[in-house]
Design a protein around this ligand. Sequence first.
Ligand code: EPZ
Length: 418
Amino acid sequence: MDKLVIKGGIKLKGEVEISGAKNAALPIMVASILASGESTIYRVPDLVDVMTMGRLLANLGAGFHYENGEAIIYTGELNSHTAPYDLVKTMRASVLVIGPLVARMGMAKVSLPGGCAIGARPINLHLMGLKKMGAEIKLDKGYVTARAKRLKGARIYFDIQTVTGTENLMMAAAIAKGTTVLENSAREPEVVDLANALNSMGGRVRGAGEGTIEIEGVDELKPLSYTIIPDRVETGTFMTIAGITGGDILIKGCIPEHNEALITKLRAAGLTIKKHGTRLRVTGPERPLASDIKTMPYPGFPTDMQAQFMALMSVAEGTSIIRETIFENRFMHVAELRRMGADIETEGGVATVKGISRLKGADVMATDLRASASLIVAALAAEGKTNIHRLYHLDRGYERIERKLRGLGAAVERQRDD
Ligand code: EPZ
């Protein structure tokens, strides 16, 4: 296992290029199942989760090849419909194959994802939708099987806005018989990117990003040739880094419109943020100001930026209230930030953060992807050295982050963790 060793206190300055979005790459890689032939997806980030998804697709009989940002997936001879436990347990996004497999092969057998560090994360809404589309669903020995000769269009209402639930059913509906309407669907940019990818395959998806999505099923889709959107969470993480280090960072190859809620809150915290097309120029204040947030489905403040924002607030002037409404346990980073001196109290989904003037470097442990990002944000501003252990959490979602940080002047290196 590796650790990241960071010496804090340096104002990060310079330029950073944003990678492709992990949460767009994963569903769009799965969409290749819906067609037979060779798909190529561009701007795919070099991440552990992408390689895990590649292994999962290979497990179904697909060919998978990844080389500097391009994922080539051959789905001419799929020969299995099972996503095994050992793969699903490492990446819950594996559940995305259920809908496309039932749609393409009439059958899917997928290990139920266990809970994870941030919450139970059930998939009941994914299965409810498939049932409405005519699939026979069975749960047995930790596996869910779904069967249908041919899925048929249905009207589906989501009690809770679910990103992968919306994506799963949008893909299943793309080659179902008839029209499907998804109501109260997730509006995330990654959902819109998947809709655009499906339409580039010959799909007929309308209304993605607006809450009600209408999908007219077609008999056949053609393989993908598609470039995915940049990662708005990586963008947000670097904005927060500029804020906490009092630095000056030019973020290139991003889509500022995907970060409106975060930009509003970072400006309230005293950062200067200028938009120039696909670039953001972010300069941090001497000391950030306290600002309250409440995580909400897109376009609200993103839960995936809550931990990073909390790190910034831990050294702000004043007290901020952070409400996490999406996941029931997404405060795993609090105990680690406290080890660095942060003054944070939590009660259920509410954290009260009393800003202190300076964090102190310490040994801390990554617990989930975005918690590890918040520890990097904190370590870059802390006095002295911080060792961030269990780095595999970070490698799931951030492409070559230490190289990008060094490019901005950070004193950071990856070491073997004895
Ligand atoms: C996606 O997870 C993202 N992952 C998550 O990013 C992100 O945090 C989350 O959306 C919220 O924005 C991918 O896109 C691969 P949900 P997902 O279904 O789809 C409940 C990261 O850091 N729910 O939108 O799994 C669920 O428990 C990851 O990159 C049900 O109750 O999240 C949660 O409370 C972490 N039943 C809420 O809905 C269901 O059937 C939102 O979950 C489905 C979801």
